[in-house]
Structures are given as structure tokens and as C-alpha cells.
Design a protein around this ligand. Structure first.
Ligand SMILES: [Zn+2]
Length: 439
């Protein structure tokens, strides 16, 4: 089937933290994206591409809207959707009081299926087409998530949380059962359709050294697996890790000694890292997931984005919503808060080009998926989002005064939210059409 989308196309050719941002931006004011069998066939000015379309191609027009690559969310917990916005604690107390009782409910596969369906629908409504997702300790929570993702055709990364100590009995596994259950899930889901498995030790305090070793063993057994965990989010957490692993030089060193720092490792937060930690991440090609709404909500601290991305030893960074500590699945809202965090740190300003790069191609690159997603370019998977600058009265009024595409993008990342997602395409198929949904 042949489809073409007409609108203003925005994409990136390079990393705007390493080259002049303006040189990295690709912009086609009246563009056309031609899609066949889930892949982008050609992209360019409408007038040039339209004569090349096969007879019968359906052209969908989005006047005044921006078409860009679908957003990437590199750190989110689907089981926590039902408790997003639970107030009044810092990380460790918040986990005990809200998260662990909520995650215990996912022993029930019907509950897991219901929340997985809702979560993926909400992600697509937010324009997110790929995410690295934590399930719970229960294998059935992973089955529920991947089954729904296969049904939708989304490219997702997910895994069963491993935690064998310092958590309630109902959600505790052992190094041995966690290994066996993860292996069975890897065999069932990894590489099926567009799904990838992430070995998921929750964080160092909930994993014994034996469990971290079992995680490394899993990574060594199968090609293309991801590793996701939390890192240096909160000071009390860091002090606890130092007591549990006195031999480690730093929190990151706990994972490094266990063999868990590699090119497909995704570390949530990484707020309180030192120069040596950044150098280790850079050399390994590991990624940090910057989760500003979560960090502000829990008072965890300010991620040093421009220090992490220092051109002398750039570390991969992607954006993460970290729902339920994060307060929105929208990458636009995440960018709005990331801008403010960067302002508070004072080491650089997050302009719209760097922001949208982080949300798309930068995120894909951090996840080693930039050969497939993150660009609006021939051969890439047609995961696309259509952004509507007229989605709210204020955004429409404000963008009426924008003189450049950079200004327009900046208004979207400051004033936009899920309402600005006019449509979301996955594998070339429209999976969210805002205006077709019942009010
Ligand atoms: Zn998290």
C-alpha cells in the first residue's frame, strides 16, 4: 500500500551538540513523505515528489502542521501509569509507599493487559513511537506489554524488573528465578516483530551481587539485548548504594564491575555523576535517560545535560518521561521542563533544534536504533508524528507571530502537549488521529 503525507517536514542530518545546530536541521516547508510497506520511500518538496508517486497513492494533507520522526522515550514504567502524580515524597519513600504496592497488582494478567493497552494508547496519543519500558517483576506483565505492542506494530524495548532484596516479598524474585524468567521472556519476545528485550535490574539497592552477575550472564547469551536500570538519581539512594557496595568507586562502578555498562545500556537519570563516570559512559557508548519532570517532581536534582554532552567526550543522552515519577508522557512537556533544568544548571541553553533532536534522532542514536528510526529519510521505518501549531488558542496565537521554523518548534516545546499531536504513524499506519477520536 502506498501513502504520502503532505506538510512541513522537519528532521536532522547531524548531532547539534557537536555541530552548529542550524547546520543540522533539515526543513521542507511544503514537503511530501512517500511511504510503502511501512518504510519511507522518498522525501522532498511536494512539487518534486508528487509526480513520482505510483497511481492510486493516497495523499493525506496536514496543512500548517509539522511532520517529524516519532518521539523516543528512553525511560518509563508502564505499571506506574495508574499512580502518576502521587505526591509528597523523595525517591525511596515514594517507592515504598506508592510504587511497590501498585506493582504488586501486576501478578494479575488481566490487570496487566488492561494497563498495557491503556499505556500504549496514551504513548501514541503523545506522539511517542518507541520507548524503553520497565514492566514489573512478574513475567505476565511483560507478556501483556509485548503482546499489545506486537498488535499495534510499535517498536518497543521492555523487560521484567529484577529485584531480589530490599523490596516487599510479593514483588521479590531471586537471582536464579529472575534469570530463568528473563531467559524465557527473551526467547518469547526478543526480535519478534519490532520488539527488543531489555534485561532490567531495577537499581543497585534492590539487586544482590549475584543478581547483577545473572543479568550480565543474560546479556552475554543473546545478541542485541538492552540493559536498563536506574543510576545516581537521589542522594539518599547514592549513600545507600555506597553502604551496600563499599568496594565500588561510584554508583556507576557497581554496574561497571558487574559488566553491565555497554553500548546498549540505558541508565535512567545519571544526575549525580562525576567526570570519571561520564568518561566511562562515553567510552562504553552507554546512554543516559534525562527525565526532567520526574527529577523536579521528586526533588532529585538537576541533570547536567551540557556537561554530559561535552563534545570532548560526548555521552549519549535521550529524553525519558519516567512516568509515574514523571508527570507526563508528552515529549513536548518533557522538553519544556528540560529547558528549565538546563537554565537552572546554567551551562547552556536548550534551543529547539537540540531539543527536537534529543526527542527524535538523538534518542534513537542513544538506543542504537538510528539506522531504523529517528529520521524522515528514505529507507527509515515510517514512525512519524504530525504536530499541530493550532492545537490550543494560546499556541495558535503565539505561533502566529513566529518568523522561523526554530521559533515555531520552540513554541511547540514550551506551550505544546498531547493536544498538539494531530496524528501518529507507526510502520506507515495511522494509529492515532486526534480529530477522529470521540471528544
Ligand atoms: Zn524510573
Amino acid at each position: 500500500m502506498s501513502t504520502a503525507l503532505r506538510g512541513r517536514i522537519v528532521g536532522f542530518r547531524d548531532d547539534p551538540f557537536l555541530a552548529a545546530p542550524r547546520d543540522c536541521l533539515q526543513h521542507e516547508p511544503d514537503g511530501l513523505v512517500h511511504i510503502e510497506n511501512g518504510l519511507i520511500v522518498s522525501v522532498g518538496p511536494y512539487a518534486e515528489i508528487v509526480p513520482t508517486l505510483p497511481a492510486g497513492t493516497q495523499i493525506v494533507c496536514y496543512p500548517n502542521a509539522i511532520i517529524c520522526a516519532g518521539f523516543v522515550d528512553a525511560h518509563v514504567h508502564y505499571p506506574q501509569l495508574q499512580m502518576v502524580g502521587a505526591p509528597g515524597e523523595q525517591l525511596l519513600g515514594w517507592l515504598d509507599r506508592y510504587v511497590f504496592p501498585t506493582e504488586a497488582q501486576f501478578a494479575d494478567p488481566d490487570h496487566a493487559r488492561r494497563v498495557a493497552r491503556r499505556f500504549l494508547r496514551e504513548l501514541l496519543r503523545a506522539g511517542t513511537t518507541t520507548a524503553a519500558v520497565y514492566c514489573t517483576v512478574h513475567p505476565q506483565s511483560v507478556d501483556a506489554f509485548f503482546a499489545e505492542s506486537v498488535r499495534l506494530g510499535t517498536r518497543m524495548i521492555a523487560g521484567k524488573v529484577l529485584m531480589d532484596r530490599n523490596v516487599p516479598d510479593a514483588i521479590r524474585d531471586t537471582a536464579k528465578t529472575g534469570h530463568a524468567e528473563s531467559l524465557a521472556l527473551i526467547r518469547r519476545w526478543h526480535g519478534k516483530a519490532r520488539q527488543s528485550y531489555a534485561v532490567t535490574p531495577r537499581f543497585a539497592p534492590s539487586c544482590s551481587p549475584e543478581q547483577l552477575a545473572a543479568a550480565a550472564d543474560l546479556l552475554g547469551q543473546t545478541d542485541g539485548l538492552f540493559l536498563q536500570t536506574h543510576l545516581a538519581e537521589n542522594q539518599a539512594e547514592i549513600a545507600w548504594v555506597a553502604r551496600l557496595f563499599p568496594e565500588a568507586r561510584s554508583y556507576l562502578d557497581v554496574y561497571d564491575r558487574a559488566g553491565l555498562v555497554g553500548a546498549r545500556s540505558i541508565f535512567g537519570h545519571g544526575i549525580h555523576l562525576d567526570e570519571q563516570d561520564f568518561c566511562i559512559c562515553h567510552r562504553a557508548g552507554a546512554a543516559l535517560a534525562h527525565c526532567p519532570t520526574s527529577n523536579l517532581f521528586l526533588g532529585s536534582g538537576n541533570f547536567r545535560l551540557f556537561e554530559a554532552r561535552d563534545p570532548r567526550r560526548p555521552v549519549h543522552v535521550a529524553l525519558g518521561s519516567d512516568v509515574g515519577a514523571g508527570t507526563s508522557l508528552s515529549s513536548l512537556v518533557t522538553l519544556n521542563e528540560a529547558y528549565k533544568v538546563a537554565q537552572a544548571v546554567g551551562a547552556g541553553t536548550l534551543d529547539a533544534i537540540r531539543g527536537f533532536w534529543l526527542a527524535t534522532l538523538g534518542g534513537a542514536r542513544a538506543l542504537s536504533l538510528d539506522d531504523r528510526i529517528g529520521r524522515v529519510a528514505p529507507g527509515y521505518e515510517a514512525d512519524l508524528v504530525v504536530l499541530d501549531p493550532d492545537s490550543s488558542p494560546l499556541l495558535s496565537f503565539r505561533t502566529g507571530f513566529c518568523d522561523s521554523v526554530e521559533e515555531l518548534l520552540f513554541a511547540l516545546m514550551t506551550l505544546g502537549d498531547d493536544r498538539a499531536i494531530r496524528a501518529t504513524y507507526v510502520n506507515g499506519r495511522c494509529v492515532h488521529d486526534r480529530d477522529a477520536e470521540a471528544p
